[in-house]
Design a protein around this ligand. Structure first.
Ligand code: MEV
Length: 442
């Protein structure tokens, strides 16, 4: 591959042609073909082009819905964007199962977000602390042009402190700010406030009565923290054990509850299992986060840091059996927004929010949490009963058939054929071969 300069300035077509020219003569060169995925409406396409630098085309993912989510007595059909075949099915099954058993109870524990100005400073600690106390109100006042709108909406800066980290790293201090950002995820708001805070802090310092050598602080960076343990939601389901019903293979409710709890307990003490267990939760959460135009990388990074609080990576969900009642719950940090960012710009994010009746950010946190718990329930339920592959491979069957070039008729026949058989790549290939050879004989 050749290097290129001025790439970002080229037109979209020129970028695609340049890229294709790097593969000239290769039979696998389908690069020019990516234009097929452009939106037919030029204006609509322009909107996507503008989301990110060097956009060449659009990358499709399935957009589906999981109906029957009863959350705090309200019924939702939840939009989900995900490519993994069994995720929407598992969420829908989990939703239906709990719909018949009282639904999900969900509550937002708090919505506080944090940002930090990281800086280096050398001098007498007491002097810095005294200086900070003195200038704190002045700085907050100076931030008014940035914060007044958020304040009017009920949010803004809720705390502003100086943090001494010099024991861990020489001369390292933080200005720590806490925020309420209402229905916005708030990343841009927080980062703008932090950068202005750093400017004000340095100029107040230059004018202060600190000694000449103490009047200088080196700002290393200003950035929100995606670790939001105080912006979190708790979701739970419960029912008498006998109401759990009977499971595949005739497994009774008590055996199921015992095995289910054992599986969750294993994910609480074993890191290798916990990561996969939590991945199952995030299958559901991320699908909602993506559908609503929220930042799934932030959600993921935070969830896993939260799962490691206390020094050991653990399950985010927990299961209890008390007085013949089965309880299953999840606590998850989730910094989501329903205004601002991509939520308003991406047409499908907007439609997702409409499907959810335009929820507040707190309501969306509760919905995403419930989908995470439903997903986790569905996965662990399969694992401790039939095993995961039965359902997964049934749903994956269509992908295998497409990969092997099956036509619609063959797909229908294969779905019938595998309704009571184990699906595997080689079994599907064998079936297609026999279908093709009997077609030739006909
Ligand atoms: C697959 O995407 C997710 C699961 O592995 C989750 C789990 O094991 O709990 C099925």
């Amino acid at each position: 591959m050749k290097t290129v300069s001025g790439f970002s300035k080229m037109s979209k077509s020129a970028k695609i042609e340049w890229l294709a020219s790097q593969f000239e003569g290769k039979t696998t060169n389908g690069i020019l073909d990516i234009k097929r995925f452009w939106n037919g409406d030029e204006n609509e396409q322009k909107r996507f082009d503008e989301f990110a630098e060097n956009t060449l085309t659009n990358y499709y993912l399935p957009f589906g819905v999981a109906p029957n989510f009863l959350i705090n007595g309200k019924n939702y059909t939840v939009p989900m964007v995900i490519e993994e075949s069994s995720v929407v099915a598992a969420a829908s099954l989990g939703a239906k199962f709990w719909l018949e058993r009282g639904g999900f109870k969900s509550k937002v524990l708090s919505t506080r977000k944090v940002g930090q100005v990281h800086f280096l400073w050398q001098g007498e600690k007491r002097n810095l602390a005294r200086f900070f106390e003195k200038v704190r109100p002045t700085i907050i006042e100076a931030l008014t042009p940035l914060t007044e709108n958020m304040k009017k909406r009920g949010g803004g800066i809720s705390a502003f402190t100086l943090v001494d980290r010099t024991e861990e790293l020489e001369n390292y201090w933080q200005l720590k700010m806490e925020f309420e950002t209402c229905d916005a995820m708030g990343a841009n708001f927080i980062n703008s406030v932090l950068e202005e805070t750093a400017r004000q802090f340095q100029s107040e310092m230059a004018l202060s009565d600190l000694s000449e050598s103490e009047k200088f602080s080196e700002i290393i960076m200003c950035i929100l923290s995606n670790f939001t343990p105080d912006c979190s939601v708790e979701v739970s389901v419960e029912c008498p054990i006998e109401d759990l019903g009977e499971f595949s293979g005739g497994m009774d409710a008590r055996t199921f509850a015992r095995r289910f709890k054992a599986a969750v307990d294993i994910a609480t003490i074993d890191k290798s299992r916990a990561v996969t267990h939590n991945k199952g939760i995030m299958n559901g959460v991320d699908a909602v986060v993506l559908a609503t135009g929220n930042d799934f990388r932030a959600t993921e990074a935070c969830a896993h840091a939260f799962a490691s609080e206390g020094g050991q990576y653990k399950s985010l969900s927990s299961c209890k059996i008390t007085n013949d009642t089965f309880h299953f719950s999840l606590r998850l940090p989730l910094a989501l927004g329903t205004v601002g960012g991509l939520t308003n710009l991406h047409p499908l994010a907007k439609i997702s929010l409409e499907i959810l009746n335009n929820p507040s950010a707190e309501e969306l946190m509760q919905i995403a949490g419930a989908v995470g718990l439903a997903q986790n329930f569905g996965a662990v339920r399969s694992l401790v009963t039939t095993g995961i592959q039965k359902g997964h491979m049934k749903l994956h069957l269509l992908n295998i058939l497409t990969q092997l070039g099956a036509d619609n008729k063959q797909k229908e026949e294969a779905q019938d054929y595998f309704s009571d058989k184990v699906v595997s790549y080689s079994a599907v290939r064998q079936l297609l071969q026999s279908q093709n050879s009997s077609m030739l004989q006909d």
